[in-house]
Design a protein around this ligand. Sequence first.
Ligand code: F0G
Length: 457
Amino acid sequence: MELPFAESWKIKMVEPIRKSTREEREQWIKEAYYNVFQLKSEQVYIDLITDSGTGSMSDRQWAALMLGDESYAGASSFFNLKETIQKITGFEYVIPTHQGRAAENVLFSYLVKEGNVIPGNSHFDTTKGHIEARKAVALDCTIDDAKNTQLELPFKGNVDIKKLEDALQKYSDRIPFIIVTITNNTAGGQPVSMQNMKDVRALANKYNKPVLFDSARFAENAYFIKTREEGYQNKTIKEICLETFALADGMTMSAKKDGIVNMGGFIATRKEEWFEGAKGYCVQYEGYLTYGGMNGRDMNALAVGLDENTEFDNLETRIQQVAYLAQRLDEFGIPYQRPAGGHAIFVDAPKVLTHVPKEEFPAQTLTVELYLEAGIRGCEIGYLLADRDPITRENRFGGIDLLRLAIPRRVYTNNHMDVIAVALKNVFDRRETITRGVRIAWEAPIMRHFTVKLEKL
Ligand code: F0G
């Protein structure tokens, strides 16, 4: 008999978590204005709000922390990190930042000007925010198939090459760079194929534009290339990463995902001009160039995390767990963005809550229902997060409305996955009784989902 699959690690330290009663949760979510970002973590049993900064570090990472060099300038921890990044990405220049959006802020302060257009595949909300705040446009060129949640495609995060070329022709002088997000978080943690990145590179060369990779989950993307794309089965994850980054001019990184640290980020590039242009903004916004908002110990831990998480076994354990949750949802017929993504399951809320109109935010409503059911905190990646159009101020209902169940790395067991699946099934079973959603009582002008106050209808 073939041995079953099991994790490539064992557990050395545990953190207790606590269940609550439905009455408690009803009170807490009301006090939080039906916005799960406003809940306290101890009001949550299983926390799937994000996979960002919520992973468990390894014993090697904790050991590296103790060797952190906290020197203001020239810390050995910076050089450890820089060498690791150079080895994994091939990029020569490295600017550390305190997280991914800080990397965006520093680099975009140099690259993005009013009136610019930045084409890409489903820019993440902070990426879009940093572009729009500079009065530029984030132009989404994701393949249309990504919106059809029931279609099974191996690389559903891809850039639509035709849309990209149209944009390059139409806006040519207004485009400072092309951005490719690997994996494509907003479209469901869906990977981008090596072929697609090669096609983007070819177009970029034709129109003489640089390419930036938003690389928060680049290692998970490499895993999907290895397991799904012709010709990569026998390459190591590290070889695939090098081949990936050879197609870009630079990257912004939220190290809180595939770096498996609680806080951290960086910019890396082969363009001296980008490094020279951005470094002043690092000093201004983040800190001196050899720490950029990170502690020495955190840079050390990140160097180890990047090395560990570009190994196949670690990635396989992670992605198999997400696939396991998907398989449980399949048993119950619960619709989600297919196939399962790298870091999360994205439940197709309008297909579950068919009676809740889009104006009443089905995915947010489902997020609240799942919390009430079992204290499980997912988050809405849908109409609330899509914000309003900066010009017309209308709600953007054009995209997909999903409840994201983001799985922290090396944190929960498959028993927790079973609880999540059954809790969702219980909500699914009573879906016909859920006919009303939520209404916005107060919202911020930008990135409203974090602080929005809602009322239950
Ligand atoms: N890019 C992508 C693709 C992301 O998913 C995120 C963060 C960022 C950039 C920004 O990085 O948080 O370190 O500043 N995503 C988190 C999430 C918050 O929950 O998906 P950050």
